[in-house]
Design a protein. Sequence first.
Length: 526
Amino acid sequence: MAHFQLVLYVNDIFVDFPMFKKLLLLFIAFSLSHSLSLTAEESVPVAVSSLAQSTADYASATYQQAMTESLAQLVSFNTVAVEGLPSPENPVHQGFKQELARQADQLGLDFSDYGYVVVIGLGQSDERLGLITHGDVQPADPSKWLKSPFELDATSEPGILLARGAEDDKGPISTAMYAMKAIKDKEISLKRRIELYVYMAEESDWAPLEAFVKTHPMPQLNITIDANYPVVTAEKGYGTVKMTFPNKVLNSDKPYIKSFSGGFFTSQIPEDAQAIIAHANSNLLEKIITQAAKQKGMIYSYDWHDDELIITALGKSTHSSEPQHGKNAIAHLAALLSDRHWPNNASGALVNFINTHLGTGIYGELFGKIAFKDAFMGPMTVAPTVLTQKDHGIELSINLRQPRGKTLEQLTEEINQTLIQWQQKNQVNLLNIDVDISEPFVQTDAPQVPTLLAVFAHYTGIKDAQPISIGAGTNSRLFPTAVVFGPAMPGKPYTGHSEHEFVSVEQFVLNLKMYTAAMVELAGEP
């Protein structure tokens, strides 16, 4: 309305100001040219067609139960990577791909197996729309689940489908296949062939996929369905910092930390940790209990074995790209023991280091100069995730998620300088220091963004949705024009990698509608 009023006002006085008209026309021309060259971060949504809506309605009304049964079959395969056993030689992975082939055939979709990559397709055209997913999953601790994590649990929590892979990323695979089936049923003419890519080592090894995309022509348009809505156009760089705190024998009758353990895998915020304090006493326990009462969201239990105090911590696991949604048991248990500087055996030095340079924060403010943020991508996050007992000590793995704004060389130097200074001050020689950080990713060429935002706005009622950045790293960066479109709603924790992974039935059906509509809009004939 403001622009319309300005034009009327200018027209009223236009006759007396010919030069102003020229300037106005130049301004309008510039504005139009700018609107035609919008980046992925500035896209303006468009309308959703009646064909897309009717096909999405048909998909949800017809295939909700079949889609759920498909997911139940897919999650039954424990497709965790096995060290030393490539996916094409892994019998469980092969069984999973055979199930995909069976389902694709049942739905009338074509199927191609390239070893690490499976492609499920619909239609024939030189122009193609790619849907990027993965079939492997992260480990799961069966003791944390009400039923097996590899059984789709639809009864323990009404309205919730629980299983490893329900959200990351087998749920989206089932959803995409039934969206393709609905399009096939409706005999919609396709200007682009639709191809569903299922990679079998996304959680462990990107090298086979990197080789695949170099030797196979990729679709011109690509959508990754492996993270968040509304549309993800930027992803932080993934980083790991590892160091080993050396073993040291202590001969002392004073309290010291005999052992400290915790964590499951590097991309999960740990919910379990344990410390054993030798030569402990009741006064020390009272101080620890007092400190524990100040921590919110943590549960502690205490046991005695002679004069050894065993402290077990229970936090909340989450994807390490979203540490704000979890409670880091390693960091909080260390903070519980922060009232003193512990003797520098492996466990004591480890706890001292965590309390000095990590703490319970998630943004790296204590870790030298590494903390920084980007206006669009947000702050870097830093979290201790895994402790591993090695022959010569305890290895600490720290997970980083880096936005744009610093070179890898600068960040690596800042990390190394902090480690050098800590070693000098504490007279500890850390072993096997390793810093491995990848570049952040920003997609600037994604013409499908306005369509995806329009579909999202239509089905969620969120009209002002804009592209976002996430901490997670997806295979988007390997495919031309790729952006992420779901399956997790904005503002809600992503449950993949956690010990409570699920997709709600409501969200599962909503995803089917949005994926069907998006495919019709991007691949269907107008």
